[in-house]
Design a protein around this ligand. Structure first.
Ligand SMILES: C[S@@+](CC[C@H](N)C(=O)[O-])C[C@H]1O[C@@H](n2cnc3c(N)ncnc32)[C@H](O)[C@@H]1O
Length: 319
């Protein structure tokens, strides 16, 4: 595991809504306070006092709106014209699969099969390294949630952390149907009854759930892949009950000017081709911080098994 050491103070002083609560050399912990947090921070035990910074983390220039690697969006961003959004709006009576296919156009069967298999088989070392962080996040929700939505559930690597919450019901959404068999197996292995698990082919930008219908939304390594990060976050907020939790782990762009950031810029187009539209240069923590959650705890870590998908931010946003 690597080390993050930076300086938050200048960013905080220019942004009154975000307050530094604690920090360590390995993680940066922020709390955005615009309302009452329904539970204590997952990272509130970290030692206080050291000066750290995630200024880059919180400056939006790799988001879906200003993406440097997607020519269409980039040109819109450069033009700065206030043109219509990239996605036309969708209505409640539109065919749900038409929405999915518009936002996440289907790939060839063989591509989706290989991608799902790769997610199942090639992420073991990463999952082992991130396990401690995920355990900490999910432990703080135990006993507080019944209905959980997981966006971009993929092969279901998170189910084992919350399948044994008492009486939990889980809905996993993913645009790639090939993920379903792995996610179902993961649910079963984690001890979740089939009647308490549902898989829906859907996208985070247009969730097929009612307003204020779930206690928690989980999303790991998903906002790198969605077409519209801000819209997905608004959907997360919409379906969360007041006081609900959004638990996330996301990889983000490395600090500007670093070799890693340079490499990410070079490899970004290739990454999107081989990994179903995954962006390496998004500053997703900024999107989350600006999405309008009542409060937010976010931490940053560098993982030895994540290579170019470093650093990663993890935390909980409170509706
Ligand atoms: C890198 S995988 C992560 C899967 C899983 N969450 C994990 O942690 O292993 C990204 C997942 O996001 C899904 N995805 C891509 N676009 C999406 C969208 N617009 N809405 C929801 N999920 C999406 C992909 O199908 C894939 O399962």
């Amino acid at each position: 595991m690597g080390v993050i050491s930076s300086n938050l103070s200048s960013w905080f002083s220019s942004n009154p809504t975000i307050k530094q609560t604690s920090s360590t050399r390995k993680t940066v912990n922020l709390t955005l306070k615009t309302g009452k947090s329904p539970c204590s921070s997952a990272a509130s035990n970290a030692p206080k006092g050291s000066k750290t910074s995630v200024q880059d983390l919180l400056v939006k220039n790799g988001s879906s709106r200003y993406c440097l690697c997607c020519p269409r969006r980039d040109s819109l961003g450069v033009l700065g014209t206030g043109l219509p959004p990239v996605f036309p709006s969708f209505s409640a009576d539109e065919d749900p699969m038409a929405v999915v296919n518009r936002i996440h156009p289907p790939r060839p069967d063989w591509y989706e099969e290989i991608y799902a298999l790769a997610m199942e088989k090639a992420t073991k070392a990463y999952e082992a390294e991130i396990a401690g962080y995920k355990s900490q996040l999910f432990a703080s929700l135990r006993g507080k949630v019944d209905k959980i939505l997981e966006i971009g559930i993929g092969t279901g690597p998170n189910l084992k952390y919350y399948a044994d919450y008492p009486g939990v019901n889980v809905c996993g959404v993913d645009p790639i149907r090939k993920m379903e068999k792995y996610a179902r197996a993961a649910a079963e292995n984690a001890g979740l009854s089939p009647s308490n698990f549902e898989f829906m082919q859907a996208v985070a930008e247009a969730l097929p759930l009612d307003d204020a219908s779930v206690d928690a939304v989980v999303g790991t390594l998903v906002l790198c892949s969605v077409k519209d990060v801000d819209r997905a976050l608004q959907e997360v907020k919409r379906v969360l009950k007041p006081g609900g939790f959004y638990v996330f782990v996301e990889h983000v762009a490395a600090k500007d000017g670093t070799i890693l950031r340079f490499v990410q810029g070079i490899l970004n187009p290739l990454q999107q081709t081989v990994a179903d539209g995954c962006h390496l240069t998004r500053k997703t923590a900024t999107n989350i911080a600006e999405a309008g959650f009542a409060s937010l705890d976010v931490n940053e870590v560098v993982l030895s098994t994540a290579f170019i998908t470093n650093p990663q931010v993890y935390g909980i946003a409170y509706r």
